[in-house]
Design a binder for this molecule. Structure first.
Ligand SMILES: [Zn+2]
Length: 378
């Protein structure tokens, strides 16, 4: 049996079909306009009139949710938590670690490797810190911050089953050229973040990605455009954005969209343990966090990750900037798949994985399909 969804508004990644069909098993078999559709004997049809179908979202920066943090280093819990993200429309996930002792980071990397061996959603690991700037630490605990150490990273890459694909670092904190070369040779994208680097320092670095643009970095100044300015200005540099309305003001989100364009932006959640749970007390990196009014903060008032769901980031981006849904799709999956070479993800075209989200006209997630398996939500 193959499934066919008919009469849907389909976003294939780079394009859209207003009244189309999509035929799939575990991968996409065919997609096109309804006028070109002919039912085959093996087809099991469902009419999706009034619905949108978009590629499954890819979150490259998130620490956890649903009561679990990757730093808990529990493979079973990490895998279960990842499946809960289907409800937000996420089908690919890069579990993100944070600044901690070597022992804790190593335990987390091993657990994520184990989780990834049983969970098809996990596509790589994002190591956020500890090679960052104390001055721009945000919610990363200061006592574990240090200069970039190549030997340590090599060891971690091995322990993780070679799954590290993204590292947040501060290029200005020490001699990093060998560290950067190793990353480039091993398919690890270098992301400047929690960094006070100047534009000049970044031009000399090999960073091609910016961790949560505007947050935890040297911001825009008219004589020194810093990390944020570098991210906005340089072609070939992708920027992550936390579009929850708290980490970045609506106007700044709009300014970034107008400057950078949809092709250079990747929505992330940077979610922490409390996402999907009632508000109240929680924890991040061994620090107490209070979640109130959809904001997670340390006792000093610093934002401590988010409780943002991916579908809300997707909707907020359109509301704040007026961007088209096709552009929101690019910022939610297509761009990530391209940058991280996820060859079968981020598009709904033949031979791509059947990873997709069905949204109703209010953009509520009705179904998330992972490798052809349908998960229904209300
Ligand atoms: Zn983070």
């Amino acid at each position: 049996m193959t499934k066919v969804y008919t009469n849907a508004h389909i976003f294939t990644g780079e394009g859209e079909i207003e009244n189309g069909y999509i035929r799939f098993s575990d991968e996409i078999i065919g997609v096109g306009k309804m006028e070109h559709y002919t039912k085959q004997v093996e087809d099991e049809e469902a009419d999706l009139r009034g619905h949108f179908i978009v590629p499954g979202f890819i979150d490259v920066h998130s620490h956890g949710g649903y009561g679990v943090d990757n730093m808990d280093a529990d493979a079973g819990k990490i895998s279960d938590m990842t499946y809960k993200m289907l409800e937000e429309g996420i089908t690919s996930y890069f579990p993100t670690t944070m600044t901690q002792s070597d022992e804790n980071i190593e335990a987390a990397l091993k657990a994520i490797d184990k989780a990834a061996s049983m969970n098809p959603m996990i596509q790589g690991i994002h190591v956020e810190g500890p090679f960052i700037s104390k001055k721009f630490k945000g919610a990363q605990p200061e006592e574990y911050i240090r200069v970039a150490q190549l030997d340590t990273l090599k060891k971690w890459q091995e322990l993780s089953g070679e799954r590290i694909r993204l590292i947040t670092y501060a290029p200005e904190t020490g001699e990093v050229s060998e560290f950067e070369e190793y990353c480039q040779d091993n398919d690890i994208i270098l992301s400047a973040g929690h960094s006070g680097a100047t534009y000049k320092q970044l031009k000399e670095s090999k960073a091609t990605h910016i961790t949560h643009l505007f947050n935890g970095q040297l911001g825009l100044h008219h004589r020194e455009i810093g990390v944020s300015g570098y991210g906005l200005l340089e072609d070939g540099v992708s920027v992550e954005m936390i579009v929850d309305g708290f980490h970045i003001s609506e106007e700044m989100v709009k300014l970034a969209y107008k400057t950078k364009g949809a092709d250079g932006i990747q929505l992330i959640t940077d979610a922490m343990r409390a996402k999907g749970y009632p508000e109240g007390e929680s924890e991040l990196g061994g620090q107490k966090v209070i979640v109130k009014d959809k904001q997670a903060r340390l006792s000093n008032g610093s934002l401590a990750g988010s409780v943002l769901t991916f579908i809300d980031a997707f909707k907020n981006m359109m509301t704040f900037t007026g961007c088209s849904m096709l552009e929101a799709v690019k910022m939610s999956s297509f761009n990530q798949a391209k940058e991280f070479n996820l060859a079968s993800k981020g598009q709904l075209n033949p031979s791509f994985d059947a990873d997709m989200v069905v949204l109703d006209e209010d953009l509520t997630v009705k179904q998330t399909i992972l490798g052809g398996n349908i998960n229904e939500f209300n």
